[in-house]
Write a protein that binds this ligand. Structure first.
Ligand SMILES: Nc1ncnc2c1ncn2[C@@H]1O[C@H](COP(=O)(O)OP(=O)(O)OP(=O)(O)O)[C@@H](O)[C@H]1O
Ligand SMILES: [Mg+2]
Length: 355
């Protein structure tokens, strides 16, 4: 799949952008603070209906205006459609071929993998950031994962309300949490195992080794065991839950473990953390390709600040050889060495033009 056109209106500092993209490699060149990352953010917004930089929708709207818009034509072998996202204040409206749709009906049409230092919280932020990365990537792959995520949110809310009020229906919500939570845990650990397989043979400068693990991971086809495990965790915490008045076990609290050369990432250098993020991004793109047979679009922000020019060029060739990639850089020279046709755009003061 690829994004054939990109239209942005009043997104960050981008006033009016209309581009015809290449199905291969697109490079956005510009000095600092000209709008490069914002272009990629706009593409991410079209894919996921949310920004990869912030959860605060109003931050996307160009100062002095009231609505930001991002849209484009997505082409895949099966179909072609126009996707659009309007952000007004705290609200967003999603559309497919001009018709407003619910988020659940919007999802699954266009997928991106993003590397940007703005995403480093996946590596060094909270467990919530890591879960979000895994849940969104797995959700992009499997509609059933998205449904489970929604069902789990609902059951968790109801169970927390029952704990809050001391309601008698707690037992029923506990059963619900166990059944949905166990399935979600199983699918999450299945997805993380696929990621781990790709990490093993994937990107790693100087042969550095990365690992990701979902906890608890009880192995493949372990759903009955997951159910038993979650039931035991909840019963062990029953007293604490009555005190805390909320659910203290389940996928909403599970850790996702990341390691560089066998060590947790909190002691890693910032260069190592960036490399791990890049490795995770590439692994998630590869999992997507293997599971769906289609390539998601690769977004690489400031790649040449991460890699030397030769490696940056080689990586661009790899991701754009049979798929679409959008890459930003402050330095144009290295792009000329890439052995693929490149469509170059200049980004300056919130304007983007084909070079
Ligand atoms: N809501 C907004 N309204 C107007 N301008 C904004 C808004 N949000 C961010 N900006 C500005 O948009 C500009 C472009 O930001 P962006 O992060 O896209 O730059 P960049 O080209 O990626 O820079 P760098 O090379 O430093 O990463 C910045 O000057 C930023 O302050
Ligand atoms: Mg930037």
């Amino acid at each position: 799949m690829w994004l054939a056109t990109l239209e942005l209106r009043d997104l960050r500092n981008l006033r009016e952008v209309d581009l015809e993209l290449s199905g291969g490699l697109n490079v956005f060149v510009g000095r600092n603070a000209q709008g490069k990352t914002s272009v990629l953010e706009g593409v991410g917004l079209i894919a996921r209906g949310r920004s990869f930089r912030t959860d605060r929708l109003p931050a996307l709207i160009r100062r002095g205006t009231t609505t930001a818009r991002a849209g484009g034509r997505v082409v895949s072998p099966e179909r072609e459609c126009r996707l659009g996202v309007h952000v007004t204040g705290e609200r967003r409206r999603l559309s497919v071929d001009g018709a407003a749709v619910r988020p659940r009906d919007y999802a699954g049409r266009f997928e991106v993998g993003v590397y940007s230092t703005d995403r480093l919280r996946v590596v060094r932020g909270t467990m919530r950031d890591r879960r979000q990365f895994v849940d969104r990537s797995a959700g992009a792959l499997w509609p059933v994962y998205r449904r489970l995520g929604r069902d789990y949110e609902r059951v968790l809310r109801q169970r927390n309300a029952a704990l809050e009020s001391g309601g008698r229906d707690l037992g029923a919500w506990t059963d619900g949490l166990i059944s949905v939570g166990a399935e979600l845990r199983q699918r999450r650990s299945d997805y993380v195992r696929l990621l781990q397989e790709q990490l093993r043979g994937g990107y790693g400068p100087e042969g550095e080794r990365y690992a990701i693990r979902a906890s608890p991971d009880l192995g493949a086809s372990a759903e009955p065991a997951q159910r038993e495990h979650l039931a035991e965790e909840l019963s062990a915490r029953a007293g604490a839950e009555r005190g805390a008045r909320r659910s203290l076990a389940g996928p909403h609290r599970d850790p996702i473990l990341l390691a560089i050369e066998g060590e947790e990432t909190d002691t890693a250098s910032s260069g190592q953390q960036r490399s791990l993020l890049l490795a995770l991004t590439l692994a998630s793109l590869e999992v997507y390709r293997r599971e769906t047979g289609s390539r998601a679009v690769t977004l690489l922000d400031d790649l040449d600040s991460e890699l030397d020019e030769r490696r940056a060029g080689a990586l661009c060739e790899r991701v754009a050889r049979d798929g679409q990639a959008l890459v930003t850089t402050a330095h144009r020279a290295w792009v000329d060495g890439i052995g693929l046709p490149v469509r170059t755009f200049l980004v300056e003061g919130g304007r983007v033009v084909a070079a």
